[in-house]
Design a protein around this ligand. Structure first.
Ligand code: FNR
Length: 182
């Protein structure tokens, strides 16, 4: 695929496990796939008044970056059994102005990442509900609930073999499937 695949990370924390997972995905992705982590932490909370009167430069930058990508991978923590506001805000920004959504038809995938045992299942599926409305075909299998992530990285930041192989299966499946959709 000539265009990059956008990666949205739903945590703004410097030492975020989700960010670490996103970076591993970028490293192990097959050659056909170029992953690009897109900044979402600078997007003001969506407000239609400021968008119509004087859209912030970050809204414009974000929309252009997503529009230039072939697909989107969401790497998200779970906050209170749902998706974090930062990722929902980015989705809302990209969905407007009305009729000019940057998401439509882009092949998506969701991986939820948590130190907890159920791997962010709630965030993963609440996010999927929104992707239906945005008309984004979404990878169904393998599902990717990355639980126990605190045990997956050593002190140097290296990921263990079992987790690496889990991520490899996920990203390879996305690459094959997204190629077909393209
Ligand atoms: C959490 N955390 C959390 N974990 C989980 O598995 N289910 C949940 O519902 C929640 N809820 C929750 C709410 C809020 C406000 C915070 C800050 C955290 C814990 C969360 O999984 C943990 O902090 C992760 O490390 C967050 O991901 P990053 O920042 O490491 O990428």
């Amino acid at each position: 695929m000539s265009k990059p695949i956008a990666v949205l990370v739903g945590s703004l924390r410097k030492e975020s496990y989700n960010l670490k997972v996103a970076k591993v995905l970028a490293l192990i992705a097959p050659n056909s796939l170029r992953l690009k982590i897109i900044e979402i932490g600078d997007l003001p909370l969506y407000n239609e008044d400021i968008d119509t009167q004087n859209p912030p430069a970050s809204y414009t930058r974000f929309r252009q970056e997503i529009a230039a990508c072939q697909g989107v991978i969401f790497v998200t923590p779970e906050y209170n059994r749902s998706l974090p506001a930062v990722i929902k805000n980015a989705i809302d920004v990209g969905s407007r102005p009305y009729g000019k959504s940057v998401w439509s038809k882009k092949p998506a995938a969701v991986i939820s990442v948590s130190p907890g045992a159920i791997g962010g299942f709630g965030a993963n599926h609440h996010l999927r509900q929104t992707l239906v409305f945005l008309d984004m075909p979404t990878l169904q299998q393998p599902e990717a609930y990355f639980g126990g992530v605190a045990n997956a990285f050593d002190e140097q930041g290296n990921i263990n073999e079992k987790s690496r192989s889990f991520l490899k299966q996920f990203i390879d499946a996305y690459a094959q499937w997204a190629q077909k959709i393209a």
